[in-house]
Ligand binder design. Sequence first.
Ligand SMILES: Cc1cc2nc3c(=O)[nH]c(=O)nc-3n(C[C@H](O)[C@H](O)[C@H](O)COP(=O)(O)OP(=O)(O)OC[C@H]3O[C@@H](n4cnc5c(N)ncnc54)[C@H](O)[C@@H]3O)c2cc1C
Ligand code: SF4
Length: 518
Amino acid sequence: MAATYDLNDESVVVIIGSGAGGGTLSRQLSINGVKVVCLEAGPRLTLGDIVNDETEMFLKLSWLDRRIGNGDAPDGMPVWSCKTVGGTTAHWTANCPRFREYEFNADSHYGDMDDTNFVDWPFGLDEIAPYYDVAENMLGVTGTNNIPLLPPSNNFKVMEAGAKKIGYTDIDTYHMAINSRPRDGRPACLQMGFCSSGCAINAKWTTLFNHIPQAEQTDFFDLRAESMVTKILMDDEGKATGVRYIDNNGVVKEQKARVVCVAANVVETTRLLLNSKTEQFPNGLANSSDQVGRNYMRHVMSQIFALMPGEVNMYKGTQTAGVIRDEVRHDPSRGFSAGFQLHLLSLGPEQVAKTLVDNGWGKNYADLMENYNKLAGVILTGEDPPQVENRITLHPTETDQYGLPVAVVTYNYHPNSIAMMDYAEDKARQMYESLGATDFFTIRNFGATHNLGTARIGNDPATSVCNSWGQTHDIDNLFISDGSLFPTSGSANPTLTIISLMLRQADYLIESLENGSI
Ligand SMILES: Cc1cc2nc3c(=O)[nH]c(=O)nc-3n(C[C@H](O)[C@H](O)[C@H](O)COP(=O)(O)OP(=O)(O)OC[C@H]3O[C@@H](n4cnc5c(N)ncnc54)[C@H](O)[C@@H]3O)c2cc1C
Ligand code: SF4
């Protein structure tokens, strides 16, 4: 049960990160008898560490090391991700839609759009669909595999009533990796409303309490928590030989490896590739195309809350179980390309206080808090066009506690995204207005929860970083294993697709290890 591998064992696969990408790959490889060392920068929490307190859990789970935001990326916290075993699947709210067919063919489908770097994916829905099937079954996604949808919360009922009044029809409580009935040793959701705080009863799927323990039940998985990888090590032949990391006692160690897979979530994946530069790879690893760090996407997002005439009590029930899908289509007559979904959103009083009114103080704040129970909310999630200058780079002088240059996240909205937000926010307001709402709160710019792009897959090594399996074009035994692989973002919340890509990558890796091609 579980394993402990020697630092000099050259036969292991090292996986950096234990979230959606790294946790899934760890499970798949280890249950198939491949030796895995998973290095995770964050600590390991138990169910007992999860409490129903959004601020306490935010501080426990989030990646709080310094990152710099530039342009429209908010400084201080340009990205909201996690530093814990389980990665950001500890915080996520578990919406699990698939990409639509047209979203794999964005370039062909949308036509030219100025200042974008749209491409088609190297494969379409038919290639990934079997992996979606496996992933949905693995996560117990509601509305698939005969699993009932979750019951509607009050917040959902308000959204649904307003949506119908303005003509929307494709509405339900969504595909969620949250148990609507007991399944796989996990209980049914109790509608407690603390999904992003971790879910203290494990009704919400996360790699922390699912894929990681499943990997540990094999004899092939060595998890090292609080182990921050600082460099990928290379030999003179241009092969990855292992990684350098700082362990839980602050000791610098080196783990040898046959294959290195980077699943550190976009910003950290880019930072590690750039920080690992060598004489042979002076612009960072796998970067002969100069595409590493570029085409950073984060989905077009905007939160819209409305003050309703009666009580909604949005805190009761799952935070995001609800969707309006009518706008998931490419219809330029709306004034923009690509599609978006509106899905349900509830925030607890502390989050509302921090985000909806300035400074959490004064009359506006007091009035809003008094009316907290009357708030209803949705969030827009739309396709974000890839742009080469939206990118992750290294700060020239500023370093973090590990002595590594910190990441600079440069992001600016494309005019298409602004037109999409204007349109979607207006629709959301109409929806709530139709039920008597008078006051609205709109929040556009917050730490990005969906981080994508920066090491895109593609068939041409001159314009992409990885082949379609996530193997870097430049270094055979270096793989990228997270949302960095997305060439375009689609409008679907990304994690089901990340997990499906990792199931596919695992198949490829197992075969390549068996036939000796890596
Ligand atoms: C509040 C919130 C709600 C969300 N809701 C949804 C949702 O409903 N649906 C959806 O699809 N997505 C959602 N997401 C996004 C989802 O969580 C991410 O898409 C997903 O977790 C990304 O997986 P990943 O493997 O790329 O990265 P992560 O899951 O973030 O895992 C990366 C791991 O790598 C570790 N790491 C980083 N650098 C190093 C290093 N140098 N050495 C060692 N370890 C390192 C990190 O500590 C982290 O644990 C949400 C995110 C947030 C914040
Ligand atoms: S609403 Fe359901 S999934 Fe969310 S925290 Fe409560 S029990 Fe867990």
